[in-house]
Write a protein of this length. Structure first.
Length: 269
């Protein structure tokens, strides 16, 4: 087992990957999953949406990498998109060491981390990324992105305002800036395949975030898979006892199947 911390920005101890890569068995080659915890771009909720998620994907043939990215006003967009690209570049550059197929690097993000997972799926080709990172075009594009109760839109009436203020560093960003970072506004033919999970009565990030994304994906002719569960609060994470932290509604047998469903989806990509 490889378990280590890899720093992504020179002289910055807050921006790093936690690597959890099982030892190679025979000639089996694993996929990679980049786990992006939520936290409204104000924090990184890695206790519930980081390592527990990484460990849950290992039995499905993944090596896992938990991303700690810029939050809390330390840096603003596009810093987080660049850091996610740096993470994918590191994973692919070291594919042999980690025993993974570099053409099968997926992302999974939660809440604002779901926004970042959607950002790399739709905005991997942005000029700002390639101005910062020397890599082949498309090297940072994920094979597919999983978005779990994701923040999507900064322009709809149900926008999760705090996440976008934290991301952009402005109390009153322009419509142009909000459009620039709204996932549904960036879907096009270059967008990676997506798997989406949400609950219908999420009181923090409205289900319409995921629905407007599905609308954009359908209009662009992109295939996707979505699972909507009827009743659970925001932040359900794994949906089982491991991440319930005293909230019984966080542990539901049906919702807990989303990891298996996501892994099966990834097999088809």
């Amino acid at each position: 087992m490889i378990y280590k911390r890899v720093y992504l920005r020179e002289n910055d101890p807050d921006i790093f990957l936690e690597v959890i890569a099982p030892d190679k068995v025979g000639d089996y080659v694993r996929k990679a999953i980049l786990v992006i915890p939520g936290g409204g771009y104000g924090a990184v909720c890695s206790d519930r949406e980081g390592e527990p998620i990484a460990l849950a994907f290992l039995p499905y043939g993944f090596s896992a990498f938990v991303l700690h990215y810029s939050v809390g006003g330390k840096r603003f967009y596009p810093a987080q998109l660049i850091e996610t690209s740096l993470a994918i570049k590191h994973i692919k550059d070291n594919a042999e060491e980690y025993g993974i197929d570099k053409d099968k690097v997926f992302t999974v993000g939660f809440s604002a981390g779901g926004h970042l997972s959607g950002s790399i799926a739709t905005m991997w080709h942005k000029k700002e990324v390639y101005d910062e990172i020397d890599m082949p075009y498309g090297y940072n594009k994920p094979a597919g992105s999983m978005l779990i109760y994701p923040v999507i839109s900064g322009v709809k009436e149900f926008s999760h305002v705090g996440s976008f203020y934290n991301l952009l560093g402005e109390d009153n960003p322009t419509e142009e800036k909000k459009n620039e970072v709204s996932i549904e506004m960036n879907v096009d033919e270059k967008t990676s395949p997506m798997f989406i999970m949400h609950t219908s009565n999420d009181q923090v990030v409205d289900i319409r975030h995921s629905l407007c994304l599905c609308d954009a994906l359908a209009k662009a002719g992109k295939t996707f898979e979505i699972h909507i569960y009827p009743d659970a609060p925001h932040g359900v994470a794994l949906g089982n006892d491991i991440t319930k932290c005293g909230n019984e509604k966080y542990s539901q047998e049906t919702i807990a199947k989303w990891v298996e469903a996501a892994a099966m989806w990834a097999e088809k990509i």
